[in-house]
Design a protein around this ligand. Structure first.
Ligand SMILES: Cc1cc2nc3c(=O)[nH]c(=O)nc-3n(C[C@H](O)[C@H](O)[C@H](O)COP(=O)(O)O)c2cc1C
Length: 220
């Protein structure tokens, strides 16, 4: 049998479904506010990455846990559904957070998905200042984890894996139960502010703080 000869592999050509290259991210005029994102040759710094990722609108959650009988929790935008069978969800937790090590120790968590009226809870749990559960009437889930009042959805899970990824951990949870208080409008986070206003980032700038979550510690 003739030996197979190695043929050069043609470079992939972008097809109709190809992912945009960094240079095809919104440029001048595409969106109001800061316009240029770094091209392929430039380093993508935290501020650039934050600005780019701000174009991804998401809901807002509060991840809660119970550690030695004390409720803990933090605001978390990086939440996603992962698998239906088995039912898995994930969230990403920064290494600087105080709540995450305690939630990790307890082995379980609840994801509290906020509705559009709950920006105050987002602020309260997104800040290192203040006592987060003070005056809050929370209930215990079937796993014992705190369910915050009036949330759109609560998902109760046991931690099944933790993957370190840069300055965050990717936390995978096996869902044991979920409950919803009925269809309402979710709190949406986009370009550093709530709501879907494309001008949002320009107005958010005065609140920006260093770090991926921009304005977290301007609350409380
Ligand atoms: C809208 C918003 C989204 C956030 N998303 C995340 C996130 O996905 N992961 C994370 O680790 N921190 C996130 N934070 C930051 C934490 O909530 C913040 O650092 C908080 O102070 C941590 O509290 P702790 O130190 O008591 O755990 C977010 C903050 C805000 C305001």
């Amino acid at each position: 049998m003739a030996a197979e000869t190695a043929r050069p592999v043609p470079a992939p050509r972008p097809g109709p479904g190809a992912l945009p290259s960094p240079s095809s991210l919104p440029g001048p005029g595409a969106l109001p506010g800061p316009s240029s994102l770094p091209g392929p040759a430039d380093a993508l710094g935290p501020a650039d990455l934050r600005r780019a990722m701000g174009l991804f609108a998401s809901g807002v959650t509060i991840i809660t846990g119970l550690d030695d009988g004390e409720p803990v929790g933090f605001t978390c935008q990086a939440f996603a559904s992962v698998s239906l069978d088995p039912p898995l969800v994930l969230f990403c937790a920064g290494h600087d957070g105080r709540s995450w090590p305690r939630i990790r120790k307890s082995g379980r968590f609840t994801v509290n998905v906020l509705d559009e009226e709950q920006a105050g809870l987002c602020a309260r749990f997104g800040s290192a200042a203040g006592r987060k559960f003070e005056g809050l009437e929370w209930e215990a889930s079937s796993l014992g984890t705190p369910v915050l009042p009036g949330v759109l959805l609560s998902v109760h899970a046991e931690i099944s894996a933790v993957h370190q990824a840069g300055d965050h951990d990717i936390v995978v949870g096996l869902v044991r139960e979920a409950s919803s208080s009925g269809p309402r409008r979710p709190l949406v986070f986009y370009r550093g502010q709530f709501g879907l206003d494309p001008d949002a980032e320009a107005r958010a700038h005065p609140m920006m703080a260093p770090g991926l979550w921009a304005w977290a510690d301007h609350w409380g």
